[in-house]
Design a protein around this ligand. Structure first.
Ligand code: ADP
Ligand code: MG
Length: 559
């Protein structure tokens, strides 16, 4: 039997591959910069293991230069370069990764920063370029080579001149089409913003010649273009810096730079976790509610980085809904990425990080509550509602996380109190945690139903938010104490018959009650004499599980 090789239309295959892997054209720059960074890492690694080589950090950089006139975009680096064989093997063979091989050969496992692994990133250059030229001189070689491809029928390689070790990639940017603008990839502002977005924390400087207008020498109004080389990326991410060296302002600046909000965060949490999964993170608890926070439009999520490269702008899986207000970034080397590096392959690591983060946020909020009460109350004004939604929407584990973070207005303290504070003050004979629901504190204070409970000296929590009573129903109890609405039929307080002068004889007034019931028809189920009233002639109470306030809310909801 004869064995035959598959044949493939390589141009079609390349196009298919590139276009199905990547959803955003602009990532070509991220990929090429990542390769350059890897190449510098490799020479750095060589220097670590080879005594004849010294690594002078200033000599290593990546540079981006655009030549609009000729539609050329150049990316060059002073990395390790490629030999003729490496050009053939790494760029001539799709899905062959020299970086993966390098890691394997050098047994680099932990703590490395080399990004490449799939051997396809390079070809993303064809998302924006017709022709890609690579000029490279490898470390330890005195010859340089030029690799060139139009992505159609393979590539050419020839010897060429190049002074120093490193690689230069030249993209001939595509002409604009009817529905796609390619010119923008030659614009300074665009390049800057793509670099900032994806490659801000590449560890080596990414330089670019930046044009600014400056006053002409000796002139007061005449300007001239002035070109200056600038490093675009921040290099060391703030989350990898030492906490002790950072000030509150540093964190606040980062918060503002990242456009997390116009407010100042009330707290930042800086984490360097080195356990089952390793990650660094900076999380912020904002002060003010974003204008769209309680709408469907609001998107929760944290920025996700892998080895300093941005993978996802809003990774929603990292935050539970009830902590959806938290902003910030997570960086981990331990994530398994899929080939486009846009989506994560396994979410096990992500789940671990998410769980960890959830606990850290919970603990931090508890700390604020304990040590900075006023701050916590401010926070609670903005996001307390979200915490209560959290309790309401899931009966399972949310309760444990959230119950100690809840606050309600207290009849006794005339301010917000926690459930723990309430329970710890309860007299021994008090069976329930009492609450009264209503539109406002003033209204609740006037409710006849509160009278007896208050007279008993018991504290009442005032529920003024729609969600309050529903959330509490899900909670059911706190530290073994059940919640009880003051308007429920049986409020669990023994009433002393003799003491209560306003008690009315049910039998004597039978006719009156019947008349009242008839007149009110469907509006009430039964009219009865009450022993709990003192200064008020009448009050409403509920018999079943749904209180009057809940009923009002349910009735006002759209079906
Ligand atoms: P990956 O980075 O996942 O390995 P790429 O397609 O991005 O895949 O790159 C393929 C290989 O080409 C790299 O692994 C590396 O060996 C080589 N390479 C690409 N760009 C450079 C560069 N600027 N300098 C040195 N080698 C490079
Ligand atoms: Mg790569």
């Amino acid at each position: 039997m004869e064995k035959k090789q598959f044949k493939a239309e390589s141009k079609r295959l390349l196009e298919l591959m590139i276009n199905s892997i990547y959803t955003h054209r602009e990532i070509f720059l991220r990929e090429l910069i990542s390769n350059s960074s890897d190449a510098i890492d490799k020479i750095y690694y060589k220097a670590l293991t080879d005594d004849s080589l010294t690594f002078n950090k200033d000599d290593y950089y990546i540079k981006i230069a655009s030549d609009k006139e000729n539609r050329l975009l150049k990316i060059y680096d002073t990395g390790i370069g490629m030999t003729k064989e490496e050009l053939e093997n790494n760029l001539g063979v799709i899905a062959s990764s020299g970086s993966l091989k390098f890691k394997e050969e050098n047994e680099i496992k932990d703590g490395h920063d080399i990004i490449g692994q799939f051997g396809v990133g390079f070809y993303s250059a064809f998302l924006v370029a017709d022709t890609v030229t690579v000029i490279s001189k490898a470390f330890g070689s005195d010859k340089a080579y030029k690799w060139e491809s139009k992505g159609v029928d393979g590539y050419t390689i020839e010897e060429c001149e190049k002074n120093y070790v490193g690689t230069e990639i030249i993209l001939k940017i595509k002409e604009n089409t009817e529905d796609e603008n390619f010119d923008k990839y030659l614009e300074e502002y665009m390049l800057r913003s793509i670099i900032k977005k994806y490659s801000d924390f590449i560890r080596y400087p990414i330089k670019m010649d930046v044009t600014t207008k400056k006053l002409k020498e000796g002139s007061k109004e005449e300007y001239e273009d002035y070109i200056e080389e600038e490093t675009i990326n921040s290099m060391v991410p703030i989350w990898k810096k030492n906490k002790q060296e950072l000030t509150k302002e540093d964190y606040e600046n980062f918060y503002a730079e990242k456009h997390y909000g116009f407010d100042k965060p009330i707290k930042h949490i800086h984490l360097s976790v080195d356990g089952m999964i390793r990650y660094n993170a900076i999380l912020f608890i904002p002060e003010k509610t974003p204008f769209d926070f309680y709408t469907k439009e609001y998107e929760k999520g944290l920025e996700l980085y892998s080895s300093g490269v941005m993978i996802m702008e809003k990774c929603s899986d990292l935050l539970p809904d009830y902590f959806g207000f938290v902003k910030g970034i997570v960086d981990s080397e331990d994530l398994s990425l899929n080939i486009s590096r846009e989506i994560l392959q396994h979410d096990r690591q992500l789940k671990l990080i998410a769980k960890n983060i959830k606990n850290k946020i919970k603990n931090e909020l508890k700390n604020i509550l304990k040590n900075e009460r006023e701050k916590y109350e401010e926070f609670y004004k903005s996001f307390g509602r979200q915490l209560k939604y959290g309790v309401y929407s899931d009966f399972g584990s949310n309760k444990e996380v959230l119950q100690d973070l809840l606050m309600f207005y207290s009849s006794k303290e005339k301010k917000m109190v926690t459930l723990d504070e309430y329970v710890s003050r309860m007299p021994e004979d008090q069976k329930y945690i009492y609450y009264a629901a209503g539109e406002s504190i003033e209204r609740i204070e006037k409710l006849p139903q509160t009278e007896l409970v208050l007279d008993k000296g018991y504290e009442i929590l005032y529920f003024t938010d729609d969600i309050d009573e529903f959330a509490i129903r899900m909670l059911m109890n706190y530290k073994g104490k059940e919640f009880k609405s003051v308007s429920s039929g049986d409020i669990g307080i023994d009433i002393d018959e003799n003491e209560n002068s306003s008690s009315v004889d049910e039998q004597e007034n039978k006719e009156l009650f019947e008349y009242m019931k008839e007149t009110l028809s469907d509006k009430v189920k039964v009219v009865r004499a009450s022993k709990r009233l003192k200064n008020h002639p009448v009050c409403l109470s509920n018999e079943g599980d749904i209180t009057i306030e809940m009923e009002k809310i349910l009735n006002s909801m759209p079906n």
